[in-house]
Design a protein around this ligand. Structure first.
Ligand code: ATP
Ligand code: MG
Length: 298
């Protein structure tokens, strides 16, 4: 297969999707995504899953182009699926066959023709997601977290060039979430891993680059570190005791044991008991949403 090497990575240009209901879930999305782990953040209904299903060629955009390593994935979806691993946000019912048997079938579908290789791939994946001890149990008897891990194994079959994981750690206990993060980081050495999550901290810890999407529009992109560093010295915080009035103008509020923690954006020290606040990706997220609401790009 001929590949255009100066075009390595995933490139989206003008990708737009309006559902029959009239909702514009994707609005002229342009993105360039290189190897490694890339984060996608956005509020509920922003268009993350729509974007991911589109990249998995499960649905077609109304307009726009998408290439992976120079190959037009919309024109050649069958070829693209061989290079793709996709973990959907929700997974339907599973048949009453064992995890190992089901995994074998999917591995076979991915083009592994030798039974020996299928067995090795299954063992390796079951080990990775820590399901070896329960591999002979019917998938239908799995707990939510076990199902999630099984889905992750399916997405990693054959070490795909592009791995898309939509809310992958929802329902995983802390130990399994950490295990999964290590697996993903490992996969990202050779592949493009696109991760969507509401756990902003996960993106901060795992992804070198990210995009923030709201109402189908990309409202911020860049290197995680740079996006955070931009706000150094411009954020302030204080705790407002239970029962006291919360002043206007907060960037975001969160509960803490002594009351409400308020974070404020201000070019100079606002006084009034505020102290400096080290910016986090969560702050960047709220700053981007606020800027988009005001009609300016963060
Ligand atoms: N099949 C569909 N038919 C009609 N509208 C849809 C469909 N799927 C999604 N939508 C709408 O498109 C918008 C984007 O939805 P999408 O599921 O892509 O958002 P999301 O960012 O993944 O949200 P969440 O964080 O809740 O998972 C929403 O307004 C949603 O209601
Ligand atoms: Mg979603």
């Amino acid at each position: 297969m001929q590949r255009v090497h100066h075009n390595l990575g995933l490139q989206l240009s003008g990708v737009t999707k309006t559902y029959a209901s009239g909702i514009k879930a994707l609005d002229e999305v342009d993105l360039t995504i290189g190897s490694g782990m890339y984060g996608l953040l956005g509020p509920n209904g922003a268009g993350k899953s729509t974007l991911m299903r589109t990249l998995a060629t499960l649905q077609k955009p109304d307009a726009g182009t998408i290439t992976l390593d120079g190959i037009d994935i919309l024109a050649e979806p069958d070829q693209h699926r061989q290079n793709l691993g996709y973990l959907p946000q929700t997974i339907g019912a599973y048949p009453r066959i064992s995890a190992r048997d089901l995994l074998h079938r999917f591995i076979w579908l991915k083009g592994f023709s030798s039974a020996k290789e299928r067995g090795q791939e299954a063992d390796c994946l079951l080990e990775k997601v820590n399901l070896r001890d329960v591999a002979e149990r019917p998938v239908a008897t799995y707990s939510g977290g076990m199902l999630r891990r099984f889905g992750i194994a399916l997405a990693l079959i054959g070490a795909p060039r592009l791995v898309i994981v939509d809310e992958p750690t929802a329902g995983l206990d802390p130990e399994e979430r950490n295990r999964f993060h290590r697996v993903l980081a490992d996969v990202a050495n050779q592949s493009i891993v696109l991760l969507s999550t509401h756990i902003v901290e996960d993106v901060e810890n795992l992804c070198r680059e990210l995009a923030i999407i709201q109402n189908g529009k990309i409202i911020a992109t860049g290197a995680t570190k740079d996006l955070i560093a931009e706000w150094q010295g411009r954020l302030w915080t204080k705790v407002i005791a239970h029962g006291d009035r919360v002043p206007d103008g907060s960037l975001h509020l969160s509960a803490c044991p002594d009351g409400t923690r308020m974070v404020l954006e201000c070019k100079v020290d606002p006084g009034e008991g505020f102290g400096p606040h080290s910016p986090t990706l969560e702050d960047v997220y709220y700053l981007a949403l606020r800027a988009a609401d005001k009609g300016v790009r963060a």
